[in-house]
Design a protein around this ligand. Structure first.
Ligand code: FES
Length: 282
């Protein structure tokens, strides 16, 4: 079911907005960046870093994905989507101009205003780096509002680093460092070969006036959280999005629980304080 482009009655969050793919870019061998434009300019889709939306491939269904763009730039809705199942396979077949549906935004978000004046560490692995991209964009677009930025990005191989095309721009921003790491290098690789928690342990970042924002595979999140705690980070200085744990995204499958909380209903963004008792389950 799709809301008609001319339909201006009350918005039903269960009915997708009709949208068109304006751009499809290969980020890695199995991840594409999709840009969606809403067909009806009067449809409202205002969102913040960390929130997610549902993208539907007609005939195959829909699935939840983190937004990787920022609303204020008005450059369309960006979703970095890995090919892993029926819906994502169908989306990967689509070319620019194809019609899709999109619902949202849903979930809570990173309170970027609260981070102003602080040093920001952005730590992400694999496709888990996608929901952190709007955090980077926001900080670098408002560079004077934040202190030093340290980006740590890892992946299985150099080809699996999702936003490699943007690394140079990020590295050139004032007072910004970027550390890249892979599990398995190729002959051209000049960065680190190490797991992300080991990179964090090696860099030994000071917790002073710092917020660490993390996303990636659950095991990476778990060991990174534990490593930051060992370095003295406070429970409210560590924030993670657990959106990778979501399946239905609707509060129906009960597969995204973290203790008594459900990622799709109560998150996907959590402070360490909120999940500290459950990280052994990751
Ligand atoms: S993703 Fe299904 S209940 Fe949360």
């Amino acid at each position: 079911m799709v809301r008609e482009a001319t339909d201006k009655v009350d918005v039903n969050p269960f009915v997708p907005f009709p949208a068109t793919l304006s751009r499809v870019v290969d980020l890695t061998p199995d991840v594409k960046l999709f840009t969606l434009e809403l067909d009806n300019p009067e449809d409202e889709f205002d969102y913040k870093p960390g929130q997610f939306g549902f993208v539907s491939a007609y005939g195959s269904g829909e699935a939840p994905f983190g937004l990787t763009s920022v609303a204020y730039r008005k450059e369309g809705l960006h979703f970095a989507i890995r090919r892993v199942g029926t819906v994502t396979n169908s989306l990967h077949q689509l070319e620019p101009g194809a019609k899709v549906g999109v619902r949202g935004p849903f979930g809570n978000f990173f309170p970027m205003d609260d981070y102003k004046g602080k040093r920001i560490m952005i730590i992400g692995g694999g496709i888990g780096f996608a929901p952190l991209r709007p955090v980077i964009t926001t900080v670098l677009d408002n560079r004077k509002d934040y202190a030093e930025v340290v980006i740590i990005n890892g992946a299985r191989t150099p080809q699996d680093l999702c936003f490699a095309a943007e690394f140079d721009d990020w590295a050139k921003a004032p007072n910004t460092k970027i550390e890249l790491t892979v599990d398995a290098a190729d002959e051209n690789w000049k960065g680190r070969v190490a797991l992300i928690p080991d990179v964090v342990a090696d860099l030994k970042p000071s917790p002073e006036n710092t917020i660490a924002v993390i996303c990636g595979p659950p095991i990476m999140i778990r060991f990174t959280l534990q490593g930051l705690k060992k370095l003295g980070f406070g429970d409210d200085q560590i924030v993670t999005t657990l959106e990778g744990k979501m399946k239905c995204g609707l509060g129906k499958c009960f597969r995204c629980n973290v203790g008594e909380k459900y990622v799709c209903r109560d998150g996907p963004v959590f402070t360490f304080e909120q999940i500290s008792g459950f990280i052994e389950q990751f």
